[in-house]
Design a protein around this ligand. Structure first.
Ligand SMILES: Cc1cc2nc3c(=O)[nH]c(=O)nc-3n(C[C@H](O)[C@H](O)[C@H](O)COP(=O)(O)O)c2cc1C
Length: 188
């Protein structure tokens, strides 16, 4: 399947990137086509909340002029989208949050019988890392991610939060194994 990874950490060799490397290697070894987008190199503006995008269900229709429509097109063209982020103040990094907010342009008529989404049926997975534990720390981010699929008409393929991170090199075999198992699970 076609997989798009949204790399949401600015640190190209950081903790999140290390986990993504293991996931990506496993997905490629299973025969999947993986495209990874380093969001920090892109021009990403926030959602204006103008709702111009809601006028036509069959186009993205966002009025912002930046690199996000190109990222959204790649999401539309994939069967699996992996959102990734370091945990920043109990939530997503600014880079991935900008893209998440702009996915507002991918669906129309939420909660109505003609609710439509340009990413209907796509799988979505979350990979996040944090310095602290899961409890009283990461559950808000994971809950927000889990609510998103209803709006996107997407499928939640799974969430992986790696807690107690310090440096990439300190992540041992057990984290690598978790990443590999997660990769297998989200395409199964
Ligand atoms: C601005 C900022 C905010 C952070 N907030 C949290 C937090 O709320 N909870 C947590 O567990 N770790 C927090 N951290 C630590 C990072 O989530 C953690 O080091 C992560 O693994 C970094 O990933 P990266 O190397 O991919 O950037 C924060 C780090 C920064 C720089």
């Amino acid at each position: 399947m076609k997989v798009t990874i949204l790399q949401g950490s600015a640190r190209k060799k950081g903790n999140t990137a290390r986990v993504l490397t293991w996931v990506e290697e496993e997905l490629i070894s299973l025969g999947h086509e993986v495209d990874s987008i380093y969001l920090h190199s892109k021009n990403l503006k926030g959602c204006l909340g103008c709702a111009k995008c809601k006028e036509k269900p069959d186009t993205i229709g966002c009025v912002q002029k930046d690199d996000v429509p190109e990222v959204l097109e790649k999401m539309i063209d994939s069967q699996l989208i992996i959102f990734s982020s370091p945990l920043y103040f109990w939530g997503f990094s600014a880079q991935i949050k900008a893209v998440i907010d702009r996915t507002y342009s991918l669906y129309t008529n939420y909660n109505l019988p003609d609710h439509a989404s340009l990413i209907d049926g796509r799988r979505q997975a979350l990979i996040a890392t944090g310095a602290g534990p899961y409890d009283d720390n990461a559950e808000g981010m994971v809950a927000a991610f889990g609510r998103m699929q209803k709006y996107h008409k997407a499928i939640n393929a799974g969430e992986l939060f790696i807690d107690s991170c310090s440096t990439p090199d300190a992540m041992g075999d057990s984290v690598q194994q978790k990443a590999i198992e997660f990769a297998r699970k989200i395409v199964a």
